[in-house]
Write a protein that binds this ligand. Structure first.
Ligand code: ZN
Length: 520
């Protein structure tokens, strides 16, 4: 490039000042959201019940302030003025990408009227409240009017983004930029075709015995072990902490404070351990983002699917592998001498990878889990398209469970009432990211192994740094700088693909269940 003249430098100065102003404004929005996240974390961990009403009001207030600032016309003007400037910057520079993401966020936010946001969030709160009563009572009927309104609101939301190819597209794009109903349907069709023979072959074998996980395991020792495992794989406790909650999650307040939560069950050794490692995977992603991106719209994980790939890579691909337990199992046995002394590694490894057709998504194994997701995705799409009425959802759910998993829920509590998503948010884009995460986890791991074949020999020695460094270098540090498709291509040299995942499942479960080669 030709050297810069004083004149262009002069013309650029205001652009640089405006960029600094935009960054300062975006940081204030990020700070409001982080403050809200602290309130939300506290609500889910330590807040006494009596705090609920005031907390709800305080959080709604902070959300409103953040939203108002994010749609302020002067932010739009800053972004408009900076767009030509961004085109003069190197296309992969932080600033060019920041302006792109700020523009995308702004354009999406201004399409949704404030009165819609208020109506939708009030309805979501009322629906969630009713669901907490209706699910234990197995009362789908009382949820029908709520869900009908949710469906109306979800369809209305899509209209703000018209024209679109499919009514689910705006919801899917919110979770995973660049994906849409057509691309997800195509992937899921391919996945189902690959999974069905594998699930059939596994379920033809004698069921794995997981009774060794169901003995009584003291909670403090479980937590201590989970904490140690999280620390050894690379979650940084200097910039994080682990607390107890009902539904484990990870939350980021700043680059130096990314927290995880877990739950512990004294009759299920896997619960605290795997949920802690899952959330550690989310947290390591957030902890690994380049500090230069902090406080900007690039300073967090890029999409729901990519985020989920990082939690599942550590939880499933690494922490349910044989190599991982060659290192950790002797330590676990030392922590639970009476409970595990007579249980061989082989038995334990099979137990934590037990595959069985089951009713509940969150309890499902790594293989059948995806069938729970593809089923929900199909139902969402049919409801949005108007091909399935809400009142017929429970019946459609039972039919789909029977067709895809060959089990029929005895009631709606363990059927279409089981997940909070539709009852506290939108219908559309609510579930597909979990399976996108599984698919990408295998693809990223295969790319890491290709670059560093030594990783598979390091894990059995408890050495995770090579893998962690590869993930930090190729995924974590970029935050939201590259859209998901570009990130995947940069990290793996290919577009998102099903093949590494199916191959991973076939190899792992082929060996565990001694399957005939026909499923390959
Ligand atoms: Zn997750």
């Amino acid at each position: 490039m030709a050297s810069e003249t004083a004149a262009t430098s002069q013309r650029r100065r205001p652009a640089e000042d405006m960029l600094a102003e935009l960054k300062a404004r975006l940081r204030e929005i990020a700070d409001l959201r982080a403050a809200n996240a602290v309130l939300s974390w506290d609500q889910a961990t330590f807040m006494p019940e009596g705090g609920a009403a005031a907390r709800g009001r305080q959080m709604a207030m902070l959300s409103r302030l953040a939203h108002e600032r994010s749609v302020a016309p002067d932010i739009g003007r800053l972004i408009d003025t900076l767009t030509p400037y961004s085109e003069s910057l190197p296309p992969a520079s932080d600033d060019a990408r920041l302006i792109r993401v700020a523009r995308r966020d702004f354009e999406k936010a201004i399409k949704v009227p404030a009165d819609y946001v208020a109506r939708a969030s009030a309805h979501a709160a009322a629906s969630y409240q009713e669901w907490t009563r209706a699910r234990p009572a197995n009362d789908f009927k009382s949820m029908v009017p709520y869900l009908e309104k949710t469906l109306d609101l979800s369809r209305e939301y899509s209209q703000f983004f018209a024209p679109y190819a499919h009514i689910a597209d705006p919801h899917i794009d919110d979770a995973d930029e660049g994906m849409n109903a057509a691309s997800v349907s195509k992937l899921f069709g391919e996945l189902k075709r690959g999974l069905r023979p594998l699930v059939d072959a596994i379920c033809d074998q004698p069921e794995a015995d997981d009774s060794c996980l169901r003995r009584e395991f003291a909670k403090p020792r479980q937590l201590e072990f989970a904490r140690r495992a999280a620390e050894e794989i690379g979650y940084d406790f200097q910039r994080g902490r682990l607390d107890l909650t009902h539904h484990p999650f990870c939350t980021r307040f700043s680059a130096g404070d990314v927290r995880i939560t877990t739950r512990v069950n004294d009759h299920d050794l896997g619960d605290a351990l795997f949920s802690t490692l899952h959330e550690s995977g989310h947290a390591m992603y957030e902890q690994g983002i380049d500090p230069a991106l902090a406080g900007s719209p690039l300073g967090h994980g890029v999409s729901a699917g990519v985020h989920e790939s990082q939690s599942r890579l550590w939880e499933n691909v690494v922490a349910r592998s044989r190599g991982f337990w060659e290192y950790f199992y002797p330590l676990l046995q030392r922590a639970f001498v009476d409970e595990l002394a007579g249980v061989p590694l082989e038995t334990f490894h099979r137990a934590i990878n037990k595959v069985a057709r089951s009713l509940i998504r969150t309890d499902a194994d790594e293989v059948t889990y995806n069938l729970h997701i593809t089923l929900r995705f199909d139902l969402e799409v049919r409801m949005l398209e108007g091909r399935l009425a809400v009142k017929d959802l429970a019946e459609a759910w039972r039919a789909a469970m029977q067709a895809d998993l060959r089990v029929t829920p005895p009631d709606d509590r363990d059927g279409c009432l089981q997940d909070v998503h539709w009852y506290s948010g939108a219908i559309g884009g609510a579930f597909h990211s979990y399976t996108i995460g599984n698919i990408l986890a295998a693809q990223f791991y295969a790319a890491a192994l290709k670059a560093h074949p030594e990783i598979s020999g390091e894990i059995p020695r408890g050495a995770f740094a090579t893998l962690h460094d590869w993930l930090r270098e190729n995924i974590y540090r970029h935050g939201s700088k590259f859209p998901p498709n570009e990130l995947v291509a940069r990290a793996t040299g290919a577009a998102m693909s099903m093949e590494p995942y199916l191959q991973y499942l076939r190899e792992k479960y082929g060996a565990l269940y001694k399957l005939p080669a026909m499923v390959n």
